[in-house]
Design a protein around this ligand. Structure first.
Ligand SMILES: *[C@@H]1O[C@H](CO)[C@@H](O)[C@H](O)[C@H]1NC(C)=O
Ligand SMILES: *[C@@H]1O[C@H](CO)[C@@H](O)[C@H](O)[C@H]1NC(C)=O
Ligand SMILES: *[C@@H]1O[C@H](CO)[C@@H](O)[C@H](O)[C@H]1NC(C)=O
Ligand SMILES: *[C@@H]1O[C@H](CO)[C@@H](O)[C@H](O)[C@H]1NC(C)=O
Ligand SMILES: *[C@@H]1O[C@H](CO)[C@@H](O)[C@H](O)[C@H]1NC(C)=O
Length: 630
C-alpha cells in the first residue's frame, strides 16, 4: 500500500515538472468569499466556499492556490466541496486558517504533511472521499486540531502513530469506513478525546480494556452502532471510565456478561437495540436512557432508580416488571411487540407521559390504568391487542389514545370512553378537556353505540379504515370536535339514517378539514356504492331519504343529475296525464250535451220549416213587406 502511494507521489512529482510556468490561483477569483459570523455567532470569519467545480477545475492539487489578503486578520474557514479532487496537495502557508473542509471529493492520495503550513487548524473534514489508509504524515504539524471528520471513506487501516501529538483533538468521526478492528493504539494517543464515532464499520471485537490507565479518560460519547460485535465482556471497557453515551445498536451481540457495564460510573444513555440479547445483565446506577428494543429478552433487567426512558419493544416479555419495583422518574416506557397479558402494578408511575403497550396480548383494559397510577400520562398506545371490548374501569387523564388494529373489536359499547378525561388541545387551555382518539384499522368494527362517549369530549376522532356502516347522530357534539373527524374508508350505508351526517357533519368538515372527505364513500345501497358523500354536499332536500335509493335504478356513481331528471319527468308525466284526463272527460260531457241540444234544435227546425211551408202558400206578400221595411 505504502509503496503504491509512494509510486503515485513520484508520478505526481514528475507531472509537476511540467515546463508550464507557475501561476497562482487567487481563491476569491474562482470561489465565493465572504465575512460571516462563525457557528457560535461570536466572531467574524473569513469564509471561502469553492463548490463550482467547473470554475476551479484546474486546482487539482491545491498547491497552486493563493490565500486571500484577509486585511482584517480574521480567522479563515475554507470549503472545497464536490470539486472532484483526487489528490490533496500541500496547502500554502497561512496561520489564520482554522477550518478546512474537503467533503464530497474523490481524494485518494495526499502529499506528505499537506497541512504542515496551516499550523492553527482546528477543524478538518475529509468526509466522503476515497481515503483508504491514514498514515503518520497526514496530520503532521496540526497539533491544534480539535475536530476531525474522516467519515464515509474506505479506511481500513490507521497507523498507530498518526494521531501522535494531537493533544487537543476532542471529536473524531470514523463512521462508515472499513475498519475491522478498533484502532485502539491510535486512539490511545488522544488524551483530550471526548467523542468517537466508529459506527458502520466491520469491527467484530470490543477491545477497549487495553485502555486501562490513562487512555480514554475523557471519552464521553462512543458510537459503535452497525458493526459486527458479538459479545460484551466484563473487561470490554476500561475501569471507572467516564463514558456518558454508548451506542452498540445494530450489532450481532448475543451475550452480555452480567457485570459488563459496572465499570461505567457516568453512563447516562445505553443503546443495545437491534441485537440478539437473551439474558439480562446488570445496569449502571447512573443510567437514565436504556434502549433494548428488538432483542430476544424474556425477562426484565433491574433498572436503576433514576431511569427515565426504557425501550424494551419487540422482545419476548410475557410479564411486566416485578410488581413492587419503583419507577419514580420514568417518563417514557415502550413495550410494544411483546407478549404481555396483564398490567399489574403496585406503585404509581408519577412522571410517565408515554406508555406504549401496542401489539401485546391484552384482552381488556387493565384496572391499573388510572389517574392515581399515571397522574401525568399523555399518550397511551394499546394498538394491536386482543381487546374484544373497550371499557376503562377507572378514570384516566390522557392527551392521545391509540386503539388501532384491534382485530377482535366488533362494537364499541355505551360508556366505553366515559372514564377517559382529556388534557385538551394545548396544556394552557383549561376549558376543553378533550382527548385525541385513534380508532382505525379495526377490520371487524361495525358499530359504535350512541353513549360510548357519554360524559367526555374528543378533540379529534379518527375512525377510518373500519367496517362502520353508520354512526349515531348524537355520538358527539360534532361542532366541538375541533381537530377533525376522519370517517374515510368505511362502508357507510347511505340511507336515511345517515342523512344527519350530510346535514351536520359534512358542512363542518368541508370548511375545516376538507381533505378528510376524499374517501368518505357509500358502501351500500348498491345504487350508490363507492359514491363520495361529498357529492350531495349543498343539496337542500333530504337526499338520502329519497325513495330512489331504496328502489335502486341501476346507475353509475356519477348519475346524481339523471336522478333529478327522472323525478321531474315523473312529475311532468303525471301532471300531463291528469290534464289530458280532465280534457277528455270535459270533451265527453260537452259532446253528450251538444248532441242533446242538436236533436232538440233539429226538431224545432223541422217544425219551423213545416210552418214556413204552410205560410208560403198564402202569405208571400207579407214576407216582401217585411223585407222592404229593413
Ligand atoms: C484549465 O486547463 C485547461 C486544460 O486542461 C486549459 O485549457 C484551461 O485554459 C485552464 N484554465 C485555466 C483557468 O487555467
Ligand atoms: C474505580 O473506582 C472505585 C471506587 O471509586 C475504586 O475503588 C477503584 O479502585 C477504581 N478503579 C480504578 C482502576 O481506578
Ligand atoms: C438469535 O439467537 C438465537 C439463539 O440464541 C438464534 O437461534 C437466532 O438465529 C439468532 N437470530 C439472529 C437474527 O441472529
Ligand atoms: C363487515 O360488516 C359486514 C356487515 O355489515 C359483515 O358482513 C362483514 O363480515 C364485516 N367484515 C368483517 C371483517 O368483520
Ligand atoms: C356550496 O355552496 C356554496 C355557496 O352557495 C358554494 O360556494 C360552494 O362552492 C358549494 N359547494 C359545492 C361542493 O357545491
Amino acid at each position: 500500500m505504502k509503496v503504491f502511494i509512494l509510486l503515485l507521489f513520484l508520478i505526481d512529482y514528475r507531472l509537476c515538472q511540467d515546463p508550464e510556468p507557475f501561476k497562482a490561483i487567487k481563491l476569491c477569483d474562482v470561489c465565493v468569499c465572504s465575512e460571516i459570523n462563525d457557528f457560535d455567532g461570536t466572531d467574524l470569519v473569513f469564509n471561502i466556499l469553492c463548490s463550482e467545480w467547473d470554475r476551479i477545475k484546474n486546482v487539482t492539487d491545491l498547491d497552486k492556490i493563493e490565500w486571500p489578503l484577509n486585511t482584517n486578520g480574521l480567522k479563515i474557514s475554507a470549503t472545497f466541496e464536490g470539486l472532484q479532487l483526487n489528490t490533496l496537495g500541500k496547502l500554502p502557508s497561512n496561520s489564520k486558517v482554522e477550518s478546512l473542509r474537503f467533503p464530497n471529493n474523490a481524494i485518494e492520495i495526499y502529499w506528505p504533511e499537506p497541512f504542515k503550513d496551516v499550523p492553527n487548524l482546528k477543524k478538518l473534514s475529509l468526509a466522503n472521499n476515497k481515503l483508504r489508509a491514514i498514515t503518520f504524515d497526514l496530520l503532521k504539524g496540526v497539533e491544534q486540531l480539535e475536530d476531525l471528520d474522516l467519515s464515509d471513506n474506505k479506511i481500513s487501516e490507521i497507523n498507530q502513530l498518526c494521531f501522535k501529538n494531537m493533544n487537543n483533538l476532542k471529536r473524531l468521526n470514523l463512521q462508515n469506513n472499513q475498519l475491522t478492528m478498533m484502532p485502539i493504539e491510535a486512539i490511545l494517543q488522544l488524551p483530550a478525546l471526548e467523542e468517537l464515532d466508529l459506527g458502520k464499520n466491520s469491527i467484530f471485537d470490543l477491545m477497549l480494556q487495553k485502555t486501562s490507565g490513562n487512555g480514554l479518560i475523557g471519552l464521553k460519547r462512543l458510537s459503535l452502532k452497525g458493526n459486527k460485535i458479538r459479545s460484551v465482556m466484563t473487561h470490554s471497557f476500561p475501569d471507572n471510565n467516564s463514558l456518558e453515551f454508548l451506542d452498540l445498536s445494530n450489532n450481532k451481540i448475543e451475550l452480555v456478561e452480567d457485570k459488563s457495564f459496572l465499570s461505567f460510573t457516568n453512563l447516562k444513555e445505553l443503546n443495545l437495540g437491534s441485537n440478539n440479547i437473551t439474558l439480562i445483565f446488570e445496569l449502571p446506577q447512573s443510567l437514565e436512557i436504556c434502549i433494548l428494543k428488538i432483542n430476544s429478552m424474556r425477562h426484565w433487567p433491574t433498572f436503576p432508580s433514576g431511569i427515565k426512558y426504557i425501550d424494551l419493544s419487540y422482545n419476548r416479555l410475557e410479564t411486566l416488571y416485578d410488581a413492587d419495583a419503583r419507577f419514580d422518574y420514568l417518563e417514557i416506557l415502550y413495550l410494544g411487540g411483546n407478549q404481555i397479558k396483564e398490567f399489574d402494578i403496585i406503585n404509581p408511575l408519577p412522571q410517565l407521559f408515554i406508555l406504549d403497550l401496542s401489539f401485546n396480548l391484552l384482552r381488556e383494559i387493565p384496572k391499573t390504568f388510572s389517574e392515581l397510577n399515571f397522574p401525568n400520562l399523555e399518550d397511551l398506545r394499546l394498538d394491536g391487542n386482543l381487546l374484544e371490548r373497550i371499557y376503562f374501569p377507572n378514570v384516566i387523564v390522557l392527551k392521545k389514545l391509540y386503539l388501532n388494529d384491534l382485530p377482535k373489536l366488533v362494537t364499541v359499547e355505551d360508556k366505553a370512553f366515559t372514564n377517559v378525561v382529556g388534557r385538551g388541545v394545548d396544556e394552557k387551555d383549561d376549558q376543553s378537556k378533550c382527548f385525541y382518539l385513534f380508532l382505525t384499522n379495526c377490520k371487524s368494527l361495525s358499530a359504535i353505540h350512541e353513549y360510548a362517549f357519554e360524559g367526555t369530549d374528543v378533540c379529534m376522532l379518527d375512525v377510518s379504515n373500519n367496517n362502520l356502516t353508520g354512526l349515531p347522530r348524537d355520538l358527539l357534539q360534532w361542532g366541538s370536535v375541533s381537530e377533525g373527524v376522519n370517517l374515510q374508508h368505511n362502508p357507510w350505508h347511505c340511507g336515511c339514517e345517515l342523512q344527519w351526517m350530510l346535514d351536520q357533519l359534512l358542512p363542518l368538515l368541508y370548511k375545516t378539514n376538507a381533505y378528510l372527505l376524499d374517501n368518505v364513500r357509500c358502501g351500500s345501497p348498491r345504487a350508490v356504492e363507492q359514491l363520495r358523500l361529498v357529492h350531495w354536499y349543498n343539496w337542500t332536500d333530504q337526499t338520502l331519504c329519497a325513495d330512489y335509493l331504496r328502489v335502486g335504478p341501476s346507475m353509475g356513481a356519477s348519475t346524481t343529475s339523471s336522478f333529478f331528471d327522472f323525478s321531474t319527468m315523473t312529475w311532468i308525466l303525471s301532471a300531463a296525464i291528469l290534464v289530458l284526463s280532465i280534457v277528455a272527460i270535459g270533451l265527453i260531457i260537452y259532446l253528450v250535451m251538444t248532441r242533446k241540444k242538436y236533436t232538440i234544435r233539429r226538431a224545432a227546425m223541422r217544425r219551423r220549416k213545416q210552418n214556413a211551408a204552410d205560410v208560403n202558400s198564402n202569405g208571400h206578400t207579407e214576407q216582401l213587406k217585411a223585407l222592404n221595411k229593413t
